[in-house]
Design a protein around this ligand. Structure first.
Ligand code: SF4
Ligand code: SF4
Length: 206
C-alpha cells in the first residue's frame, strides 16, 4: 500500500465518519460522503448552520475513519481542518458538485450558498486490514510530518523468556536482545504487555 493507494481507497468508501470535539470537550461523530482530495489535502463540504461547523471553528482537529466492508480494509487519517478562504469557496464548491452531482438535489439553486467548504492538509494516514495473516497496519506521514509513535514496544529490561511470543495471537514478536515487536503487523491487543513477567513492555503514545 502507498499513500496514494490509501487515498484512492478512502475515496472508494461510500461514507466516512469524521470525529470532532465540542467546546465542552464532548466528542461528536458524523458521516460525510461529499469529499475529494486535492493532492494530499482532503476537501469536504457541510452547511454553515451545522453544529459540525461550530465544533470545527472551536477546535479544528479531526479524525476520519472509513471502512471498506467488502475488502475488510480500514483507512484512518487525522489533520486540522481549515475553512477554505471566501475567495475560493465557489471554486471548491463547484468542483465538489461535479464530483457529487447528487448535491444538486440536497442544495438546489441558490440554497447551495449555505454550503461551506473545509480542507484538511492530512498529516498522517493509517491503513489496516484483517484479511492478511498476520494482520497488516501501515502508517504514512504526509509532507514530512513526524509520526507520533504509537503501539507496544519491548524495552531493554527484557530477560528473553519468550512468554510474549507464546501469547501473541499474530506471532509478530521476534527473538533478540531485547525481543522485538513488528508494529506493522501488531493488533495492539496488549496480550504480550499483560503477560510479561518483568513489565518490559510499554505502550508508546497516548
Ligand atoms: S515476556 Fe517480557 S521479558 Fe519475556 S521475552 Fe517478552 S518482553 Fe522479554
Ligand atoms: S500487542 Fe498483541 S499482537 Fe501486538 S505483539 Fe503484543 S500480543 Fe502480539
Amino acid at each position: 500500500m502507498t499513500l496514494e493507494g490509501c487515498i484512492e481507497k478512502l475515496m472508494k468508501i461510500d461514507s466516512l465518519e469524521i470525529a470532532t470535539v465540542d467546546a465542552e470537550g464532548f466528542p461528536h461523530v458524523r458521516v460525510i460522503s461529499a469529499r475529494y482530495f486535492d493532492g494530499d489535502t482532503m476537501v469536504f463540504l457541510t452547511a454553515r448552520g451545522k453544529a459540525f461547523v461550530r465544533q470545527l471553528e472551536h477546535n479544528p482537529n479531526i479524525a476520519v475513519i472509513g471502512f471498506d466492508e467488502a475488502a475488510n480494509d480500514m483507512v484512518r487519517l487525522s489533520g486540522k481542518a481549515e475553512r477554505v478562504p471566501d475567495s475560493e469557496q465557489v471554486a471548491y464548491r463547484n468542483r465538489m458538485y461535479e464530483v457529487y452531482p447528487y448535491l444538486e438535489n440536497v442544495y438546489p439553486g441558490e440554497t447551495k450558498e449555505i454550503d461551506v467548504l473545509y480542507r484538511v492538509p492530512v498529516y498522517g494516514m493509517e491503513y489496516f486490514t484483517l484479511k492478511t495473516h498476520p494482520i497488516t497496519r501501515e502508517f504514512f506521514e504526509v509532507g514530512g510530518a513526524e509520526r507520533e509513535k504509537k503501539g507496544y514496544r519491548i524495552t531493554e529490561t527484557c530477560i528473553g523468556c519468550a512468554t510474549c511470543q507464546s501469547v501473541c495471537p499474530q506471532n509478530v514478536i521476534t527473538e533478540g536482545t531485547p525481543f522485538v515487536i513488528n508494529d506493522d503487523h501488531c493488533l495492539q491487543c496488549g496480550n504480550c504487555f499483560e503477560n510479561c513477567p518483568v513489565q518490559a513492555i510499554e505502550w508508546m503514545g497516548d
